[in-house]
Design a binder for this molecule. Sequence first.
Ligand code: PGA
Length: 264
Amino acid sequence: MKKELRKAIIAGNWKMNKTPVKTKTLIAELIPLVKEVASQNSGSACEVVICVPFTSLATAVEAVYGSSIKVGAQNVHFEASGAFTGEISAPMLKEIGVEYVIIGHSERRQYFGETDETVNKRTKAALTAGLIPIVCVGELLWEREADITEEVVSRQIKLAFAGISSSDAAKVVIAYEPVWAIGTGKTATAEQAQDACKLIRDRLTALYGKSVADSITVQYGGSMNAVNAAELVAKEDVDGGLIGGASLKAEDFTEIIKAASDGQ
Ligand code: PGA
C-alpha cells in the first residue's frame, strides 16, 4: 500500500453557489462536524478544502480561521497583474489567505475556452505564488466509448506538467474527473476510478520518477457522495475526492470526509 506516502484530500467544489452570507452559514455547520471526525481519528481528519466563488473567498478565509479547513478558489489567471479585465491573479488569492486553486475543471474547458496550454500556464502561475493547484483531467463520454481514455488523460497530464520541475510537481494535486460522471449522478465504478488514477500515477512516474509520483495526491471526482465515497477512496491510487453537489450539504460532505479519514 502506498497510501501512507501521500495525503488524502477531500475538496468541495461549490461552483457558482452560495453568496457570502450563505457561505458563512455552511462553514459554521461544517466546522464542528469536521472537528468531530478528527476526534474520532486520533485528532486528525484528512485534509479538507472548500473551493468557493471569488466573492465568498474573503468571508470563507475569515470563517474557517482556527479550524483545520482550508480555502480554495475555482480558477486563477496566469498573469500576476495587468490589463485582463474581470480576471483574478494568483498573488491576489494568496494575499487574502487562499491556499488551493482548482485549475482546468471540465466546465471551464467546456464553457470558457480552457485548453491544456492555459491549464499549464495557470498551474505555473499558482505554483509561483505559493498556491496548491488542483489540476483536473478526465475524458468525455464519447472518448471513453471510443476507448481512448488512456490517450486523453495521458495527453492532459503531459501538457499540464510541461516545463514544471519535479520539486514543483510534487506540490500539485490532480483530480481525475471523467466528464460523463460530473453532475450526472453516474459515478465511475471504483475499478474505473482506480484504473484511471493508477494510469495518472504511471504517467507521473514516467515524467518525474517513482518517489515524486508516489507522493502526489490523485483525487477522484464525479458524483461522489455520502454513499459511494468509502468504496472509491479505499482504492490504492484514489487519494480522496473533488466533490461538487454533495459538498453543498454539510452532513453529506462530512460523511465523505469521514470515509477518507477512515481510509487513511
Ligand atoms: P459533482 O461535481 O460531484 O457534482 O459531480 C464534481 C466536480 O465537478 O468537481
